[in-house]
Design a protein around this ligand. Structure first.
Ligand SMILES: [Zn+2]
Length: 312
């Protein structure tokens, strides 16, 4: 069995670790694991991506993650890395896999891989069904979607349920980084961008106690507000700190929880333990920001879905 892991970030590394352990413990047998990611390692990744260290900054995540496993388990597991934009890979590439685990952090590549799996099912007239297990994490929240082309809802079937893309700091939602970076619409977008960039460069410990750092950040926010013609009347230190402190970076434990659930689904598929006759709970969500909330449910296929409705 050839397994594909999409993403070698916080969630992708957890997925790779779990799959490796499953092989080491002989819970599953794999011929090959391929991990795809186009990003390089940055300082801010190190807090939650345990396969990387400071010497790896600037290297490709997929390469370093694959080497981490290959060095330690070379007689048991074989991991191949691929540094590329996964949306540039074609049918011939994807059809060599029997299962795909996705640890992506953006919507468009998810839509791409979902569509790819549906197309492969169609082209092969259901001879090549590749289950897609999609994990997603955002600070204290996460989801797992089990997508079996032609059987369950596909990723696109539930696209209308994505949370309202509003600003993180006011309602706990989140804005895609591209919006914050290229098309900020509010003062909160401005502050969030400045904060994310500052974190990437590395903020000193207790930075919010350092008047120099705080004033520098405020001045960057003011410049950015002016640049994008956003009203800056509210933009004082207390407002800026209030927004910045509500931003919760990705939490490694949420990654671990979601990766564990993804791999449990992998184990069930591998051992033919998925009971399709019952009311299969194909979606799971956790939300640690409001108590301890876990919920799984059946998400039905959308008969109007632009991607998978053609299957029937
Ligand atoms: Zn669909």
């Amino acid at each position: 069995m050839n397994l594909l892991i999409l993403g070698a970030g916080g969630l992708g590394c957890e997925l790779l670790k779990n799959v490796t352990m499953m092989v080491v413990r002989k819970e599953i047998q794999l011929d090959n694991i391929t991990i795809v990611d186009m990003d390089t390692i940055e300082l801010t990744n190190l807090s939650r991506q345990f396969m990387f260290n400071t010497n790896d900054i600037g290297k490709y995540k997929a390469d370093v993650a694959a080497k981490y496993v290959n060095d330690r388990f070379k007689d048991v597991v074989k991991v191949q890395s691929l540094v590329t934009d996964l949306t540039l890979l074609d049918h011939q590439f994807y059809e060599q896999f029997q299962l795909i685990l996705s640890g992506l952090d953006a919507i468009e590549p998810r839509r791409f891989i979902n569509q790819m799996c549906i197309q492969l099912a169609m082209l092969s007239q259901f001879g090549n069904i590749i289950p897609l297990i999609d994990g997603g994490v955002e600070s204290l929240k996460g989801h797992v979607k089990l997508i079996i082309p032609g059987v369950t809802a596909c990723w696109e079937c539930s696209i209308s349920t994505l949370p309202n893309q509003d600003v993180a700091s006011s309602d706990g939602g989140n804005v895609p980084l591209c919006t914050i970076a290229t098309n900020p619409r509010s003062l909160e977008h401005v502050v969030e961008f400045v904060y994310i960039k500052a974190m990437e460069k590395g903020l000193p410990k207790d930075w919010d106690q350092d008047a120099n750092v705080v004033n520098q950040l405020l001045s960057q926010c003011l410049d950015r507000a002016v640049k994008y013609n956003i009203n800056k009347d509210k933009l004082v230190i207390s407002y800026m700190l209030g927004v910045m402190k509500k931003i919760i970076p990705n939490v490694s434990t949420t990654n671990a929880m979601i990766a564990a659930q993804c791999c449990l689904e992998l184990f069930k598929i591998y051992n033919d333990l998925v009971d399709f006759d019952s009311n299969l709970h194909n979606f799971l969500m956790i939300n640690g920001s409001q108590g301890q909330f876990h919920y799984s449910f059946t998400y039905d296929r959308d008969p109007q879905c632009p991607v998978c409705s053609a299957l029937f």
